[in-house]
Design a protein around this ligand. Structure first.
Ligand code: NAD
Ligand code: TYD
Length: 358
């Protein structure tokens, strides 16, 4: 929420060339044009500098680098007088964590630890300014899997991560919590549900389905397709993060959800319907003919759902987008941004695809 009386911030955004990070950079630069924004991103397969096209300039600096590089992080915090750190950088895809968990431990655990240590030193050197914030962006997957009738995850749900991805995020969450309790560092932690919207890398379910429909390729549904996710439009996620950074209480956790629980098969059916309506020249019509059930993901969590009562009652945030409206916006974006996603279907991407769906 924009506040005209707020003091300008110097914000370091890690992972700002990725999906949610880039949406957040766009949000922040639009809402707070007087702020200094520094993006630190290693430009892994998931990072794309084009996501920030049109933003780089006087108030936005992009730095290509690794969050595990302590000397680099130290120099940025100091040279840019950073008072706010929004930490998105991560290895983020469950399927890749099954193929190769090492990178997840390195970036998600060691990288977060590196940032925490660097920020602690910087915050101490600056005399522990009251306005400083270290915001860690995490996932609902740390809470494990729900049965059909279970209530949604709340901030007090015990952690029970089931994949190397969620276990590495859980490890980073525990470190963040410890830095508040041990050192009094002003940390904030958010755990959110599945995001979707513009700049989503093609390998995730929603962009993958949009792109495969346009190319007439099979739509792979893991297992029986009855797994449930709580879908959150990325713009709603950004407004929630903004509320937490400005008005959240240090040391607290806030769960962020879209209030949109949908079974995977129903979600893909909705995408097919939208594509049938909005894309005039589909290679296969109706797109539903492409739906193909494939071998289930190892350890596939059955259901995620978020109880977002805390952020709603304490900070006044609720999601604005319905899943119907958000999916329509997303499909329209993929239809009008083929120049964004076509170059991402690289040989490296094809090799990954063959390995997962073989
Ligand atoms: P993403 O994979 O699209 O982007 C990750 C970004 O981090 C990329 O730009 C990548 O280049 C960068 N990065 C990776 N390793 C790095 C390193 N060592 N140093 C610097 N940069 C590095 O991820 P996303 O979907 O945008 O997710 C952002 C954050 O939100 C992650 O922490 C993720 O765990 C969390 N999250 C995502 C979702 C979701 O649905 N996508 C849901 C809940 C939480
Ligand atoms: P994904 O977008 O990978 O997010 P996450 O695993 O973090 O929830 O997947 C969303 C859901 O869609 C998840 O239940 C796995 C399922 N899925 C498929 O059925 N087929 C696919 O090809 C992909 C990528 C995911």
């Amino acid at each position: 929420m924009a506040n005209l009386e707020r003091a300008p911030r110097q914000i370091l955004i890690t992972g700002g060339a990725g999906f949610i990070g880039a949406n957040f950079v766009h949000h922040w630069c639009t809402a707070y044009p007087g702020d200094r924004v520094v993006v630190l991103d290693a430009l892994t397969y998931a990072g794309n500098r084009n996501n920030l096209a049109g933003l780089e300039g006087a108030n936005l600096r992009f730095v290509e680098g690794d969050i595990c590089d302590r000397a680099l992080v130290d120099s940025l915090l100091q040279a840019e007088s950073i008072d706010t750190l929004a930490h998105f950088a991560a290895e983020s895809h469950v399927d890749r964590s099954i193929l190769g968990p090492g990178a997840f431990v390195q970036t998600n655990v060691v990288g977060t630890f590196t940032l925490l240590e660097a920020f602690r030193q910087h915050w101490n050197n600056a005399g522990q300014p009251a306005a400083s914030r270290f915001h860690h962006v995490s996932t609902d997957e740390v809470y494990g899997s729900l049965e059909a009738d279970d209530p949604g995850f709340s901030e007090t749900t015990p952690y029970a991560p089931n994949s190397p991805y969620s276990a590495s995020k859980a490890g980073s969450d525990h470190l963040v919590r410890a830095y508040y309790h041990t050192y009094g560092m002003p940390t904030l932690l958010t755990n959110c549900s599945n995001n979707y919207g513009p700049y989503h890398f093609p390998e995730k379910l929603i962009p993958l389905s949009c792109i495969n429909i346009l190319m007439g390729k099979p739509l792979p549904i893991y297992g029986d397709g009855q797994n449930i996710r709580d879908w959150l439009y990325v713009g709603d996620h950004c407004s929630a993060l903004d509320a937490v950074i400005h008005r959240g209480t240090p040391g607290e956790t806030y769960n962020i959800g879209g209030n949109n629980e949908v079974k995977n098969i129903d979600l893909v059916q909705m995408l097919c319907e939208l594509m049938n309506e909005l894309a005039p020249e589909l290679p296969v019509r109706p797109a539903q003919n492409l739906i193909t059930y494939v071998k289930d993901r190892a350890g596939h969590d059955r259901r995620y759902a978020i109880d977002a009562t805390k952020i709603s009652t304490e900070l006044g945030w609720t999601p604005a987008e319905t899943v119907e409206g958000g999916l329509r916006r997303t499909v329209e974006w993929y239809l009008t941004h083929r120049d964004w996603w076509q170059p991402l279907l690289s040989e490296e991407y094809q090799a990954y695809y063959r390995e997962v769906y073989a």
